[in-house]
Write a protein that binds this ligand. Structure first.
Ligand code: ZN
Length: 283
């Protein structure tokens, strides 16, 4: 594998318009700016974009776990096609996403490899305010996990089905910083990187109809990456009572009130902040 090849996927989720427009509108300019790189631009889930939904049959970004099962459905077929494409054209994968949560500019790594740590760290240094999330994927369900090297770009808050100028320009900055890093780096030196590692999912309180019995507390809404320690109040129930939770170590919430996670009743996730040392690595 060489870092002189990049594959940029947009629209893995059909209602996240930022990445879809980015791959269509920026192909020419990015190819002209980085002639030393071979960059492929791939619309990952065009059928879902046509109907402006996250997916047609199944979530494409969870479908790669089932590659060997020959499951039916558009996204399962698409996952097999994209896996073949990534296998035949190995390179650094960038998978573009947006979130309705107040996540700002984030890079999500699913493979703890020195190359991924180093590239993410360079991008975070170039684009101020960028945070790095480590979200290990042992089942390899995510698109980005299909390559040894790559990361998701996740920008928010953006409503679903909206092309937001701020998210678009932030995404473009992160893409350019990544391509610059791929273009500049001839080997991977040892280094350290600060990451937020996902350790726990927190679900909504439910009533006996399995409907929400509380909502995200107004003071908790939008506080992604803001440390919680000891007692805190993530929910308020419909009688107006605040619901308390407690953590014994400093943790950092992410994906607070992400619209796409309501079907799973997932309210937010908690991360540990840690510094990871990585070894030098040849390419
Ligand atoms: Zn997405």
């Amino acid at each position: 594998v060489t870092l002189s090849q990049a594959l940029i996927f947009g629209g893995t989720h059909g209602n996240e318009w930022t990445g879809i427009y980015a791959i269509k509108q920026e192909e020419k300019a990015l190819n002209a700016t980085f002639p030393e790189l071979k960059i492929s631009f791939i619309h990952a889930n065009p059928e879902a974009f046509k109907i402006n939904q996250r997916f047609k049959d199944e979530d494409l970004n969870r479908a790669f776990e089932f590659l060997d099962e020959k499951r039916k459905g558009y996204e399962h077929e698409r996952a097999r096609e994209l896996k073949k494409l990534i296998t035949e054209h190995p390179g650094f994968v960038l998978d573009l996403h947006t979130t309705t949560s107040n996540m700002g500019k984030t890079l999500i790594l699913t493979r703890p490899d020195p190359v991924n740590f180093h590239i993410a760290q360079l991008v975070a240094k170039k684009v101020s305010g960028t945070k790095i999330i480590l979200s290990p994927d042992p089942e390899q369900k995510y698109l980005v996990s299909q390559s040894s090297y790559g990361m998701m770009i996740e920008v928010g808050p953006v409503p679903q089905g909206v092309l937001s100028g701020m998210a678009y320009e932030d995404t473009l900055k992160l893409i350019k910083a990544t391509l610059e890093a791929l273009s500049d780096e001839k080997s991977i030196p040892e280094g350290e990187v600060e990451v937020y590692q996902e350790i726990e999912d927190v679900y909504y309180p439910l009533d006996h109809h399995q409907e929400l019995s509380a909502y995200i507390h107004p003071d908790f809404q939008g506080t992604d990456f803001k440390q919680v320690l000891g007692k805190y109040f993530p929910f308020r129930d419909f009688s107006g009572a605040d619901i308390e939770k407690e953590v014994a170590q400093p943790l950092y919430p992410i994906f607070i009130n992400e619209a796409a996670y309501y079907p799973k009743k997932l309210a937010y996730s908690l991360c540990e902040k840690k510094t990871i040392s990585y070894n030098a690595s040849p390419l």
